[in-house]
Design a binder for this molecule. Structure first.
Ligand SMILES: [Zn+2]
Length: 459
């Protein structure tokens, strides 16, 4: 397959061709959540962005290996466990379950591999040993093992920071860990503290630092020089900078490309707990549905900041409803189901996605196809309608926006009869009678849609 996908690579700071390590297949690692709290909209955005990229690459004919981790040991998990009198694994399990529950509601596909940090301790220890061996890490008795940042020349390349500036910033902070060789050095292995979970290591009992977890797991599961490392752009520094430094300093070529998704804003401000505009993903999905949240995410380019307040998600919900309405009309009008897709639309869609995963333009192709299909149904041109309906459904699915197939239910015949009775009432200008039937149906959760080709209903 010829290379045609271009992406913005954070490391190079520009668009490059995606040229996979193995032609025809793409390996992706995306940093997953630290499971200590309910997932918020930022987690939802990152997951939807990379799920859509994964789905599109697959739809384009590439074979995709997608790995996304769960950080199940980290300071915040330990803190929550201590506060609530639970074990760390109880906290991690609870919030991992909550995470997958919301991912399912967003139609995010499960990763091919979901490494949990606590299952890969020995691989992390091996990597730390390599770094010590190569003089890129050192032991501080009673504290742990630290990465020697100034010993690695490439430090700062990913996040576009200079070591001098970082040193200057770190030096002006009040708390300086004097035992470290340099204030910018970070922990690879943290010595055990009373009451915290720990593991045996050549440097005493302790637990891994967060950054070494992702480096060890991504290299193990995807191999050196895997294709794409992704995550939210708040992870670029220090997490991804450190992940890369650890791998490269140990002599393992790391990710070939880096992709970062932008921040989520609510009401024009960065979403955060301290600002009080923190919306959990579950609340947003409860209110508007997972597909509305997904479309709201995809309506902004993944690198841009996005506003994901109730208004944006509600508007996206209306767009999703247009897709479902077309599915109902297609079924009611017996559109041919085996129609080929419209080539021009598919090409425009692919061009948008190949250009750094331009989901806003790609979604526009889907909604144009919906309009064309609806006009064709109105005009009685069922072949064109079938072609554009098939195009809309196919391209929406390529982005993970799945059409809900109409559910008729056990009382469908009865409802059909009531809808017919209401049409007769309207035809004889008995509008009060027609409204009574509409209200009765509404009470049963049935919504009526009047159109040129008659009345459709759905729940
Ligand atoms: Zn990570």
């Amino acid at each position: 397959m010829t290379v045609r996908i271009r992406l913005h690579d954070t490391l190079l700071g520009r668009r490059v061709n995606l040229s996979p390590r193995v032609p025809g297949s793409v390996s992706i690692y995306v940093c997953g959540p630290t499971v200590y709290d309910a997932p918020h909209l930022g987690h939802g955005r990152t997951a939807v962005v990379f799920d859509s990229i994964r789905r599109y690459l697959t739809w384009s004919g590439l074979s995709v290996m997608f790995v996304s981790n769960i950080t199940d040991i980290e300071d915040k998990i330990i803190g929550r466990a201590a506060r609530e009198g639970l074990t760390e694994s109880e906290v991690a399990r609870t919030y991992e379950d909550a995470y997958w529950f919301e991912m399912d509601r967003l139609d995010v596909l499960r990763p091919d591999e979901t490494p949990h940090a606590t299952q890969y301790i020995s691989e992390m220890l091996e990597l730390i040993a390599e770094l010590i061996e190569k003089d890129h890490a050192y032991v501080i008795e009673g504290q742990g093992v630290y990465f020697d940042v100034p010993s690695y020349d490439g430090y700062g390349e990913l996040s576009n920071r200079k070591l001098e500036d970082l040193l200057e910033g770190a030096g002006s902070r009040v708390e300086i860990d004097t035992a470290k060789k340099s204030p910018v050095d970070f922990a690879l292995w943290k010595a055990a503290k009373p009451g915290e979970p720990d593991w045996e290591s050549p440097w005493g009992r302790g637990r891994p630092g967060w950054h070494i977890e992702c480096t060890a797991m991504s290299l193990l599961l995807l191999g050196e020089a895997f294709d794409i490392h992704g995550g939210g752009d708040d992870l670029t520094f220090p997490h991804h900078e450190n992940e890369r430094a650890q791998a490269e300093a140990a002599g393992h070529p790391f990710a070939r490309h880096w992709i970062h998704s932008g921040m989520v804003m609510v009401g024009g401000e960065k979403m955060s707990k301290s600002l009080g505009n923190f919306t959990t993903l579950g609340e947003a999905i409860d209110a508007h549905g997972g597909r509305a949240v997904r479309v709201a995410v995809l309506q902004t380019h993944y690198r841009a900041q996005t506003e994901l307040g109730p208004l944006e998600i509600e508007a996206a919900g209306k767009a999703v409803e247009r897709l479902d309405a077309l599915a109902r009309r297609a079924s009611a009008n017996d559109l041919p189901e085996d129609c080929a897709t419209d080539t021009a639309s598919v090409n425009t869609f692919s061009a948008a996605m190949d250009d750094d995963f331009g989901t806003p333009a790609a979604l526009a192709v889907v909604f144009d196809a919906i309009s064309t299909a609806n006009s064709a149904i109105d005009a009685g041109d069922l072949f064109t309608a079938g072609t554009f309906a098939a195009t809309a459904f196919e391209l929406a699915a390529a982005l993970g926006v799945i059409v809900k197939t109409p559910e008729r239910g056990d009382d469908a015949d009865e409802i059909d009869a009531l809808v017919l009775k209401r049409e007769e009432a309207r035809a004889s200008r008995d509008f009060a009678g027609a409204d009574r039937i509409r209200d009765e149906l509404a009470q049963r959760g049935v919504v009526l849609e009047d159109g040129p080709s008659g009345t459709q209903w759905h729940r």
